[in-house]
Ligand binder design. Structure first.
Ligand SMILES: NC(=O)c1ccc[n+]([C@@H]2O[C@H](COP(=O)([O-])OP(=O)(O)OC[C@H]3O[C@@H](n4cnc5c(N)ncnc54)[C@H](OP(=O)(O)O)[C@@H]3O)[C@@H](O)[C@H]2O)c1
Length: 274
């Protein structure tokens, strides 16, 4: 089984280790890429090609793992050269994934979404997939990945990812507003205890973690919420998504880009004022 990656960052380096351990032939091209990508590819021991086109032509399964803003361009560049299954695993909306995959001439395409962080969950992170060729992509489970096919249509997997985002980021935004107000009143511990009575024992721990990652990833979340809002706007009036987007915009404007993840939400609230 030959698996090609276009874009060799965190996702490609972690998934390719597992694939190679289980006997897959993994290839990529890092010509013209940043020192970070070149270094990751060289250390991983994957086969290095001189051109992206070579990767596309040789791969049984070609995975686009670039950055969301490049997904369509890469599909445009390589769609006519892909001989096997073309998988888009980028964090993009159903509309964008459809636009990207429409560029693939043989139409053997898969919409795939990673549920969670590859850095945290490693190669066992759940990947959901949709499209007629989902089952072909899921053959990579025999090489150690954790892929679940959820439907036959392009747009379903990325749609689920958008809805998951809408829910988790919405909860984080309401949590931020509630606990920040409680902190300003000097009753945050008490409010946490009261909510834990309905939300369960690990609420305080998970709330702290959500608040810290909301501060640390505020810019990325603000940008992701724009995609979520656009997606939902095609279905219904996205009132909550608009508010969540605004909440993360405010957090980013107030706190800016943090160099490292803070340890306590109170340290973050000291510098936050709406
Ligand atoms: N990491 C996660 O846990 C996670 C979770 C869910 C979804 N995703 C999605 O998976 C994709 C990859 O994520 P990642 O974390 O691996 O990103 P990453 O570490 O930033 O790596 C992106 C890679 O794509 C390369 N690249 C950018 N533009 C390219 C182009 N036009 N042609 C070829 N290569 C290009 C980059 O090269 P340079 O270094 O030269 O820029 C880099 O090698 C993203 O779309 C992300 O949204 C990631």
């Amino acid at each position: 089984m030959k698996v090609g990656f276009i874009g060799f960052g965190e996702v490609a380096s972690i998934l390719s280790q597992k694939l190679m351990e289980n006997g897959a032939d993994v290839l990529t091209c890092v010509e013209g890429r940043s020192p970070r990508s070149k270094d990751m590819a060289q250390k991983s021991g994957v086969r290095l090609c001189l051109r992206n086109i070579d990767v596309a032509e040789e791969s049984d399964i070609l995975i686009s793992s670039v950055v969301p803003s490049m997904a369509v361009n890469v599909a445009r560049e390589l769609g006519k050269h892909s001989k096997g299954i073309y998988v888009d695993i980028n964090n993009i909306s159903p509309q964008t994934v459809k636009e990207a995959l429409a560029q693939v001439e043989n139409q053997q395409t898969v919409d795939a979404s990673i549920m969670g962080s590859v850095a945290r969950k490693g190669s066992q992170v759940q990947i959901i997939a949709s499209g007629k060729y989902g089952a072909d992509f899921a053959h990579l489970n025999e090489f150690g990945l954790n892929i679940r096919v959820i439907g036959p249509e392009i747009g379903q997997a990325s749609g689920i990812k958008m809805l998951r985002s809408s829910y988790t980021k919405g909860v984080s935004a309401i949590l931020w507003e509630t606990i920040h107000a409680a902190y300003e009143l000097g009753v945050d511990e008490e409010v946490m205890d009261i909510i834990a009575q309905t939300e369960g024992d690990n609420f305080k721990e998970s709330a702290n973690s959500r608040l810290l990652s909301s501060a640390f990833h505020s810019k990325r979340r603000f940008e992701e919420m724009k995609e979520v809002r656009d997606f939902l706007a095609g279905i219904d009036d996205p009132i909550m998504a608009r508010c969540t987007e605004r909440a993360f915009q405010l957090i980013y404007e107030q706190i800016g880009k943090l160099d490292k993840r803070p340890e306590n939400y109170r340290d973050v609230f000291k510098t936050f004022k709406k």
